[in-house]
Design a protein around this ligand. Sequence first.
Ligand code: 1QQ
Length: 390
Amino acid sequence: MNRTKLKVSAAAAVAITASLAFAQKIENPVPIGVAVAQTSNTALLGQEQVIGAKFAEKFLNARGGINGTPFKLVFQDAAGDENSAINAFQNLITKENVVGIVGPTLSQQAFAADPIADRAKVPVLGPSNTAKGVPQIGNYIARVSAPVAVVAPNAIRTALRLDPKIKKVAVLYAQNDAFSVSETGTFQDTAKAQGLTLSTVQKFQTTDTDFTTQVTAVLNADVDLAIVSGLAADGGNLVKQLRQLGYKGLIIGGNGLNTSNMFPVCQKLCDGVIIAQAYSPSQPSAANQVFVKEYRAQYKKDPPQFAAQAYAGVQVFVEALRAVDRKKKLNTWSLDDLRVALNKQILAGKYNTPLGLISFDKDGEVVQKDFYVAQIKMKDAKTGSFVFLK
Ligand code: 1QQ
C-alpha cells in the first residue's frame, strides 16, 4: 500500500470515529422523509400523495413551520414493490437524516419496509396503508389512513341502499397484495353479515391485464353486485372488462381504485363504481375548508382522499415537532433522541386535519370519526368525478 492511500484511510477512520462520537444534530430546515410511489403503476395512487404532501409543506411553512424553523420534505421514490420501499426508507434514515417518514404507499410495502424504521427507532406515519396489522408492526409505526375494517363496510351498506334487492355477490381480489387480501376479507364478512350470498370468489394478480376467466365466472354466477379489491391499473382493467363482457350489476371498488387516475384505464366504463372514502371535501372542519379552498385555487378541482391523507401525515409530524420544540428547542436535540421523543409526541397528540380531528390509539392506529361513500360519474371518456352520496 502506498503512503497516500494510507493517509486517506487514516483520515476516513478519524471521520468515522468522529461521526460516532458526536451525535447527529438536527438539520435546518428540518428534514421529513416522504417515501411514496413516484414511479410504477402504484404511482397512479402515489402521485396524489406527492401533491398532498407538497401542499402541506408549502402551507405549513408559510404559517411558521416548526415555531419559526422551516421544514423540508425529502422525497425518495418507493415505487410499487417491497425492495424500492426498503431502499427508500434506508436512504432517508441513514443518508438524509430525516426525523420521521411519511410512507410507503402500499400495505404490501409497509410490511417489508416499516420494520427497518421500527428497528432504527424512526417514526413512520402510513399515509394510505389500510390492511389489518400495519400499526402493530412496531412501536414506531402509526398511520393516518383508517383501516379497511372501518372504511370498506360503508360501501356495501350504501350499495344495499341504492338497490335493496341485491342478493348475490361476486368478490374479486388481487391475491399478491396484502391490502387487497385484507380488504376482501372485510368485504366478504360484511356481505355475509348483511345476509348476502357470496356466489363466487375470484382471484387475480395486480400484474394481470386479461380478466376473461374471472369475468366469465362472475357472469355465470348471475350476481347483482361485484366487489373488486385490487390496485388502480388492474382494478381499472377489471372494471372495464366486466362491462365489456356484459356485466350489468353494481360494482364496488376498494381503496386501490380510489383515484381519478383510474379514469384513463376504464374510461366511460368507470361510471357508477361505488367507493368508500376516509375523506370528504365537505368535511366541515376549519382545517379542511382552508385546505379545500387553497387546493381548488391551485389545482382547479377537489382534493382526493390520498392527497388529504398525505397532507394529514405531514401535518401530524409538523404539529408534533412544534410540541417537542416547545419543551426543548429542536436544535438542542440529537437526531436519535428527537426521533424517540417525536414518536411519543405523535401518539399523545390530537390533530385538526382535513380528515377532521384525529388522534392515535396505543398501537398507532388512527382514531377518526367520519367516513363517506362516493360514486364515479364519468362525463366523457377522459373526465369524471367522485360524487359523494348522502
Ligand atoms: C393499502 C392501500 C392502497 C390501495 C392505498 C394506496 O389501501 O395498500 O393499504
